[in-house]
Design a protein around this ligand. Structure first.
Ligand code: CA
Length: 223
């Protein structure tokens, strides 16, 4: 899922981008309406759009897109959180409105809700062997039977499934699991991987995790 973040506050844009990436979304950032228009030559699955931008109001872009018949889900972000402003945003064609300051968790929940409403579930399910991972609900099933996986194991599995058959670096996995503060112990990632391996085996998954010494891990089909 590709998400375009249109936000001129660089640090905030960076936090949003990082949050989205660590939850399995591909994120691009535009700092102005001009940059956003250029990037929108490519399709996106959702937009997160600030209102006060250096070259205009984010609502102009929303109106333009809707006038062109583009129905991409749009979440407006803004310091203008007054009811009147909310209404004008929604009337212009935005799907949801999140006043600043907001928590990144709330932002993520709103984005997921927008995607859930706008698209069929099929595109949001990762599949490898007999394992399926629903990226909206963070649930795992093996042979179409629900399988109980812990939060960390789901995050780890999701990152590996997004690149099945390719090595995923330890650093990237540690960032996804533990954020910028890093893991609380040196072997935390190894422990998490060990747990995930056991869960996959327990549920008779037809995929396994290969350790690529010193580099990272790779998910591959075993049957
Ligand atoms: Ca702004």
């Amino acid at each position: 899922m590709r998400i375009l973040v249109i936000e001129d506050e660089r640090s905030l844009a960076g936090f949003i981008e990082q949050t989205l990436r660590s939850h399995g979304f591909a994120a691009s950032v535009a700092g102005t309406l001009g940059e956003a228009r250029a990037l929108l030559e490519q399709p996106f699955d959702a937009l997160i759009c600030d209102r006060r931008l250096p070259d205009g109001d984010g609502l102009e872009l929303v109106k333009e897109l809707r006038d062109k018949g583009n129905n991409v889900p749009i979440l407006m972000l803004t310091a203008l959180g007054l009811p009147k402003e909310r209404v004008s945003g929604l009337e212009a064609g935005a799907d949801d409105y999140l006043p600043k300051p907001f928590s990144l968790f709330e932002l993520l929940a709103r984005v997921k809700a927008l995607l859930r409403r706008s698209s069929g579930p099929a595109s949001l399910v990762l599949e490898a062997g007999n394992v399926k991972l629903d990226t909206l609900h963070d649930t795992v099933s093996v042979d179409d039977k629900p399988a109980q996986f812990g939060k960390r194991e789901v995050v780890l599995l999701r990152h590996l499934m997004q690149r099945t058959g390719q090595v995923v670096g330890k650093d990237a996995l540690e960032r996804a699991l533990y954020g910028d503060s890093g893991p609380d112990s040196r072997n935390a990632l190894e422990v998490a991987t060990h747990r995930l391996r056991k869960l996959l085996a327990k549920h008779k998954a037809s995929v396994g995790i290969v350790t690529v010494r010193g580099i990272g891990y790779l998910l591959e089909e075993t049957k």
